[in-house]
Design a protein around this ligand. Structure first.
Ligand SMILES: Nc1ncnc2c1ncn2[C@@H]1O[C@H](COP(=O)(O)OP(=O)(O)OP(=O)(O)O)[C@@H](O)[C@H]1O
Ligand SMILES: [Mg+2]
Length: 261
């Protein structure tokens, strides 16, 4: 199993939308996917149609065992038509994660990885959603991962958080930033088209070419999927966002292979 962490210290950069969409698209293709919500806002949990819960906080505080966390996993596929072998399970979060801000990231990381050890055989991929702003939870996630993907939302200060994640991964991470991509793109805007090129060029793969070329267009379907509490690839599979996330997942699958999945 490989761990893919979505991070950007800038709020509202489509981390949660992207984590859930990539998870659902991989599941649709027949991968067994575990989505770990590490954000006290629990937006991934609720956007997947689930209720916030103490599982993530209990695990990371040490109050609950990795086996308890495994027992608290919830199916979020909602009866969707997944290819054989596909699964989408979520480790739910809630506001109790806020209490972990003063815990040492190494301790949080150790507990997260001991949980990963316990579920390793059951999943092909774990995706991790992280909160905005530097925190013990973000540092712990970056210190526990195989790949780091950075979504960048078009708009004011779009690039603010990307450099911060690059720096954090260099200082604390187990992997450098693997790829970055722009979301909420308006293809009729020259500025957005330049932003897409620029962000792609910032993070190269092993061949020196952009690790990710995909980008995600702005569409109301994303908000609708959020309100329906269903991941966008399952809610509106023909929407531009679902198509764009499918193109992104094509590239993520290559990156997973390069990182020894
Ligand atoms: N492709 C898109 N088209 C339209 N709206 C989008 C798109 N992607 C994300 N959004 C919207 O942008 C907002 C922020 O997205 P999201 O919650 O995924 O960001 P985030 O980085 O997880 O935020 P936070 O930092 O608070 O955790 C949401 O309201 C979401 O609906
Ligand atoms: Mg979020």
């Amino acid at each position: 199993m490989r761990i893919v962490t979505f991070s950007n210290l800038k709020g509202g950069s489509a981390k949660t939308t992207s984590t859930l969409a990539v998870a659902a698209e991989l599941a649709r293709r027949g991968r067994a996917v575990l989505a770990v919500d590490l954000d006290p806002q629990a937006t991934l949990t609720t956007s997947a149609g689930l209720e916030p819960g103490p599982a993530a906080a209990s695990l990371l505080s040490g109050d609950g065992s990795p086996e308890d966390a495994r027992a608290a996993l919830v199916d979020a596929s909602g009866g969707a038509d997944l290819a054989d072998g596909g699964a989408l399970h979520v480790l739910p979060a809630d506001r109790r994660l806020l209490r972990l801000e003063r815990t040492a990231p190494v301790q949080l990381s150790r507990r997260l990885l001991s949980f990963i050890d316990v579920v390793e055989g059951n999943y092909d991929v774990a995706v991790v959603d992280t909160p905005p702003q530097a925190s013990a939870l973000v540092t712990a996630a970056l210190a526990s991962t195989d790949l780091v993907l950075v979504p960048v939302a078009s708009g004011r200060g779009a690039l603010d958080g990307l450099g911060d994640v690059v720096e954090l991964t260099e200082r604390f991470g187990t992997a450098p930033v693997t790829g970055a991509f722009v979301t909420r793109v308006n293809t009729s805007s020259l500025h957005d088209r330049e932003l897409v090129e620029y962000v792609a060029s910032q993070i190269a793969g092993p061949d020196g070419e952009p690790a990710i070329r995909a980008f995600v267009r702005e569409t109301v379907r994303v908000r609708e999927a959020e309100m329906a509490r269903v991941p966008v690839p399952l809610y509106a599979p023909r929407s531009t966002a679902a198509q764009d996330y499918a193109a992104l997942v094509d590239e993520v699958e290559v990156l997973l292979e390069q990182h020894g999945s």
